[in-house]
Structures are given as C-alpha cells and as structure tokens.
Design a binder for this molecule. Structure first.
Ligand SMILES: [Zn+2]
Length: 88
C-alpha cells in the first residue's frame, strides 16, 4: 500500500529522546514497544502517501505540526509503562 502513518515514524524517531529524560524507567524492548503502542493509541493516525518525493515534504510538514503532540503522548506513555511494566 502506498500510504504510511507518519505518527508511527515520529514515535519511533522520538522515543529515544523521551526515554533519555527518564533514565530510571525500564528501557528494554518490551517496554519500548508498550510505550510506542500506548503513545500511538493516544494519537490520531496521520497518513501520507509514499509516492516519489511527496513523502518527504508531506511528512516533514506533519512532523512540525504534530511533534508536540507526539512528545506529550510519549511522555505520558513512559510514565504509565514505567509505573507498571508488564514484567518483573
Ligand atoms: Zn522493561
């Protein structure tokens, strides 16, 4: 399919930055996935087409517009998951 969810890319690009702010939270792969899923559930998906150069400008425009939303959702997600990690 020639579309992708820009939010997924933004969440995976920003998760490291947010986790660095929470050095005490678990940084394992399981928790990262939980954090990403939790954040993505807060966010409305924003789809961009992947045809030729279109993807770059469209995605960058959406990223500027929604980066604060993504950071907010990720921060919430890290706090939630680090309080109740789904493992010992
Ligand atoms: Zn963990």
């Amino acid at each position: 399919m020639g579309v992708f969810n820009v939010m997924e890319k933004m969440v995976s690009d920003s998760i490291e930055r947010v986790l660095r702010e929470y050095p005490d939270s678990c940084q394992c792969e399981k928790c990262r996935d939980d954090i990403a899923a939790f954040a993505l559930n807060q966010l409305k998906p924003k789809y961009a087409t992947t045809h030729k150069g279109e993807i770059i400008s469209k995605a960058q425009c959406l990223e500027t517009q929604y980066s604060l939303d993504v950071i907010t959702a990720l921060t919430l997600a890290v706090e939630r998951v680090s309080r109740q990690p789904r493992h010992e």
